[in-house]
Design a protein around this ligand. Sequence first.
Ligand SMILES: [Zn+2]
Length: 178
Amino acid sequence: MTAIPTRPQPPTPGDAPTIIDRFVAANHGYAADYRDGGMDARPVQRVAVVACMDARLDVHAALGLALGDAHVIRNAGGVVTDDVIRSLTISQRALGTRSVALIHHTGCGLLDLTEDFRRELEAEVGQRPQWAVEAFADLDSDVRQSMARVRTCPFLPYVDDVRGFVFDVRTGLLREIA
Ligand SMILES: [Zn+2]
């Protein structure tokens, strides 16, 4: 028996639409012009980008990427956590990527945090989070640490082309970290 997929409905006029209601409405317009490019799941440029989730960083536009070109793996800070390693491992071993670009940025929210965030959270909810905050005080050294984590990861077969950058949210320019 095949379940009939239900399509989310756009909001009824009169309700104050939430942002997610607006997503649903926008998606109807997107799908109307959508053309299946016939690509498979392997990124065309064989590259994975690890970047901060910051709302000011448009990874595709900033790097000249087109749809289908790259895996983009994002989290708070663009730090190389175990879950990023999981994604990179799948990206390289199952989906053919060969290069890794790491992008942090100026004005990152993690620059204002410390591991106290974790302790305060534990005090508030009575449960210790399993994850580290991965806060950092110095962008360049954290990019270097992230590059080192990728380059030394035993699960990743392709670590020759791993480069790290800081994106300047004021100028839009990338600065490479040696
Ligand atoms: Zn950030």
